[in-house]
Design a protein around this ligand. Structure first.
Ligand code: PLP
Length: 382
């Protein structure tokens, strides 16, 4: 078939895919690859969905999402993060993924430049490029994965439209300190830039989390995204949300109403329950990730693979620069020799070269075996 658009043709195949084709073909692999919680969705959330199936709540909802859910999220954001958005300032989406896509499509004109601190989650770059936008990478690898305001200033041109933030970060695990967020907010306001912040790991922050959405003067220059996939172990439910002033939500909803109609109804009901009654479960899952992240970080550092303890989320990002090979080659050899799958850092941007990402949301015993196997592999290359 030859009907593809030029924009789709220009998107390179995902670097991660080539690698995971290899993983699929290997037996008994311990995968630290996929970024997914290893807990099932808490029972009270599942029960709510079962009840809704049984009572026949299977119709569409309004485009913006159930009012009960938007009200519950409004209270949740205030309670958890001191962030203020009313139910009219929320749009329920098919995961944060849909939210990111429709936000980019709502704001990016061809030629717009978007500042993207990298290494970063893999969807931003291709989705920006699909809109005809240009990604301007901010390399955070030289500053412990915290973007430097000086680098943002240096990257500014008359075409700069927005900054994309995603902290705690996938893949690096790091968060931006409040003082730097305040500088970024001032920089954005001084230059009339939009801030798009994807905070899907905020509930899994190991320390109290400060969101840039708390900085009130940014309100008209900020679009906030979050969802239930990670903190509530609800990846397959496809449920997330966008928060912004109502006139912004109205614009973004123009795309959502035609391309998605609404987020899955059962998942919306389940998410109401998630907002109201799963604080203890989320806390327990977070503590479990923190224990495993601490263990993994300590052991990787002991092996000489420098790893900064993550501030939250599901990942550890380790330097393999001492090994004298590329991150793809390290990951391939580790898979062949030690049966452990990790993600090459280069997948998350050019400046991720020299690192690997490991998802620590893996059974603790398996994680310990993986650590032993990595140690064996590393010491065999001394
Ligand atoms: N944003 C970030 C930073 C992620 O790491 C992921 C998934 O890995 C997503 C968004 C996708 O989230 P969702 O399942 O809500 O679409």
């Amino acid at each position: 078939m030859t009907f593809f658009s030029e924009r789709v043709k220009q998107i390179p195949p995902s670097g991660i895919r080539v690698f995971f084709d290899l993983v699929m073909n290997s037996k008994d692999v311990i995968s630290l690859g996929v970024g997914e919680p290893d807990f099932s969705t808490p029972w009270n959330i599942r029960d709510e969905a079962i009840y809704r199936i049984e009572s026949g709540s299977t119709t569409y909802t309004s485009n913006r999402g159930l009012l009960a859910l938007r009200e519950a999220i409004s209270q949740y954001l205030y309670h958890q993060f001191n962030i203020v958005y009313s139910s009219d300032e929320l749009l329920i989406t098919n995961g944060v993924s849909e939210g990111v896509d429709i936000v980019f499509r709502s704001v990016i004109n061809p030629g717009d430049e978007i500042l993207l601190p990298e290494p970063s989650y893999v969807c931003y770059r291709p989705l920006i490029e699909l809109c005809g936008g240009k990604v301007v990478s901010i390399d955070t690898s030289k500053s412990d994965f915290i973007p430097l305001i000086a680098d943002m200033k240096a990257a500014l041109t008359p075409k700069t439209k927005a900054i994309v933030l995603s902290y705690p970060n996938n893949p690096t695990g790091q968060s931006i300190p409040q003082s730097t967020l305040e500088e970024i907010a001032d920089f954005a306001l001084d230059n009339n830039l939009l801030i798009i912040t994807d905070e899907i790991y905020a509930d899994l922050s190991f320390d109290p989390f400060f969101s840039i959405a708390r900085i009130k003067k940014c309100r008209d220059n900020l679009i906030y995204l979050n969802g239930f996939s990670k903190a509530h172990s609800m990846t397959g439910w496809r449920i997330g949300y966008v928060a912004a002033p109502e006139y912004v939500i109205e614009m973004i909803n123009k795309i959502h109403q035609y391309s998605a109609l609404c987020a899955p109804t059962l998942s919306q009901f389940a998410a109401v329950e998630a907002c109201k009654n799963s604080f203890d479960e989320v806390n327990a899952m977070k503590n479990s990730y923190m224990t495993r992240a601490r263990y993994f970080t300590d052991h990787m550092n002991q092996m000489g693979l420098k790893t900064i303890m993550p501030a939250g989320g599901l990942y550890c990002f380790s330097s393999i620069q001492s090994m004298g090979m590329t991150s793809l080659s390290f990951a391939q050899k580790l898979l062949e020799a030690a049966n452990v799958a990790v993600v090459p850092g280069s997948v998350f941007g050019d400046c991720g070269e020299g690192y690997i990402r490991s998802c620590i949301a893996t059974d603790f015993d398996l994680l310990k075996t993986a650590v032993n196997n990595i140690r064996g592999f590393v010491s065999g290359h001394d």
